[in-house]
Design a protein around this ligand. Structure first.
Ligand code: BGC
Length: 513
């Protein structure tokens, strides 16, 4: 796209020179593979924790409970074990702590350094998990995996949003979510295969194979340039200019570079991004950094992602059919993400948030009603095969809605709204909150299912209603706005405008084209 380097004096959105180069697409595709490790891990834990050999070796009491379930025992409670859930959720605690350190590395040494460090930690974690002899080794491996995703999720979305030209930022950033869904799907397939092995070590193959996506991301990141924004921030202006020229495919990048330089000079005035983010002019950013990842998790998506095989077993599918159902919902997740990639820069973020929200709400209520009616509160009822398939179909409708709304947007929108001085710190709040709520859901879900039964689905539906209202009222549209010009968006917003002071809107510069 040829932009005019227009300096808006009227609050209009600015356009820079340049076009979408194959170089920028290639770098973004490589960086997005960071989502693979996140996704592989999400997808692998649920399947592994439903494998008999794994349960027998590490969680024998859960294994016995599962075998004993049936007849008069409530199906709702058969997998309720805090130890078992701590296997899944320990990763998120580690991730949420490490992302704070990632923010410092990302700011001081660049986005690429954090990706490399994250990849290395993840590799080590997958090796330890693959040879684990006891629960302690399992948990140590999971902690290292957590450090890996803590760093990767902090750096990759920022990297993508900074590299991408504004008019394609949504689609390129969503490469991260695309890779996440591919990771989840591949993990589901691997579990399906290893679950059939019955050799006692199928789960080992599943967890050790996490090394493959880690290698892809780490090796890929070695060859990546850092973002011009980060290079400017670190005083490497010549390198920033050269990178910007290469990714925008033009020599004339002065307007964009100048905005980055100004953003970085602003950033230098701030010694501590953590206290800056608490200042009133950053209130809208802070609210989004907390609310968006929190709501993303309160959609309940990880109930499906972590526990789909367990959930499908609960509603009456057999072992293999349960793992297969997880593969089906995983495939829906991948394909539905492409809808978002194709439309986000055309229709904007809000349309997707709203459509996805309504679709999720309807399917959650329907699943709750079917389970409540036919499965009963005692959890001793049985679903007919037809109804069990209907529940699977409704879950796919729900997953599709998430995959083109809160899934990718939950990472995209926060990564594009922060000014440079608080960008790294802000993104680590996003990752921290995301992981905190992932942890809470992972830890509480099996217990909540045991107590709330089908009501759990209504609870998530209520959360979705609240977050949809939040989007309508408080989330601004960020489509096409250059990342270092985002303040305009708050200034024009009916509620947030009172927080953004006029001197926080950069003056326009009559720069040449
Ligand atoms: C979320 C994950 C979720 C995944 C599902 C991501 O955006 O952060 O928690 O498991 O989407 O595709």
């Amino acid at each position: 796209m040829a932009g005019g380097g227009l300096a808006p004096s009227n609050g209009a959105v600015k356009h820079y020179n340049g076009r979408v180069t194959s170089f920028v697409i290639m770098t973004c595709v490589i960086a997005a593979t960071g989502g693979l490790i996140f996704g592989y891990d999400i997808g692998v834990s649920g399947g592994v924790t439903s494998m008999d050999e794994f349960l027998e070796k590490f969680f024998p009491s859960v294994y016995q409970q599962e075998k004993a379930a049936g007849g008069s025992k409530s199906q709702w409670c058969q997998f309720d074990s805090q130890m078992l859930t701590s296997f899944t959720s320990s990763l998120y605690v580690a991730g949420l702590i490490s992302t704070y350190f990632a923010s410092m590395v990302t700011q001081a040494f660049g986005r690429k350094s954090s990706m490399l460090f994250g990849g290395a930690a993840f590799l080590l974690g997958s090796a330890i998990n693959g040879v684990a002899m006891n629960v302690a080794m399992l948990i140590i491996g999971r902690i290292l995996l957590g450090v890996g995703v803590g760093f990767a999720n902090q750096a990759v979305p920022l990297y993508l949003s900074e590299m991408a030209p504004p008019q394609l930022r949504g689609a390129l950033n969503m490469g991260f979510q695309m890779a996440t869904t591919i990771g989840i799907f591949v993990a589901g397939l691997v579990n399906y295969g290893t679950g059939k092995l019955h050799t006692g070590y199928g789960w080992r193959i599943s967890v050790a194979l996490a090394a493959v996506p880690a290698l892809i991301m780490t090796l890929g990141a070695i060859g990546l340039p850092d973002t011009p924004n980060s290079l400017v921030e670190r005083g490497l202006r010549d390198q920033a200019r050269a990178t910007l020229q290469k990714i925008r495919g033009t020599e004339d990048i002065d307007a964009e570079l100048q905005d980055m330089i100004e953003a970085s000079e602003e950033a230098k005035k701030v010694n501590d991004p953590w206290s800056s983010i608490l200042r009133p002019e950053h209130r809208p950013h802070l609210v989004m950094a907390i609310a968006i990842p929190m709501f993303q998790q309160l959609t309940g998506i990880n109930v499906i992602m972590f526990y789909a095989p367990v959930l499908f077993k609960t509603i009456g599918f057999g072992d293999s059919a349960s793992l297969m159902s997880a593969v089906i919902s995983g495939l829906v997740n991948v394909f539905a993400t492409t809808v978002s990639i194709a439309t986000v820069d055309k229709f904007g973020r809000k349309v997707l948030f709203l459509e996805g929200g309504i679709q999720m709400l309807v399917s959650q209520v329907a699943v709750g009603a079917i389970l409540g009616t036919f499965f009963g509160d005692a959890g001793t009822g049985k679903l007919s095969p037809g109804l069990a398939n209907l529940v699977l179909a409704l879950i796919c409708v729900y997953v599709a809605a998430f995959a083109w709304s809160w899934g990718p947007l939950g990472w995209l929108v926060p990564s594009e709204i922060f000014p440079l001085n608080i960008r790294s710190a802000g993104q680590s709040i996003v990752v921290g909150v995301n992981f905190l709520f992932t942890f809470i859901i992972a830890q509480l879900f099996l217990m909540a299912l045991c107590h709330l039964k089908s009501g759990l689905f209504y609870l998530f539906a209520a959360f979705v209603a609240v977050m949809t209202l939040f989007v309508v009222l408080l989330v601004p549209e960020t489509k096409g706005v250059p990342i270092e010009e985002m303040n305009l968006v708050w200034k024009k917003h009916w509620f947030w405008k009172k927080y953004v002071l006029d001197d926080h809107i950069k003056p326009s510069h009559p720069r040449g084209d």
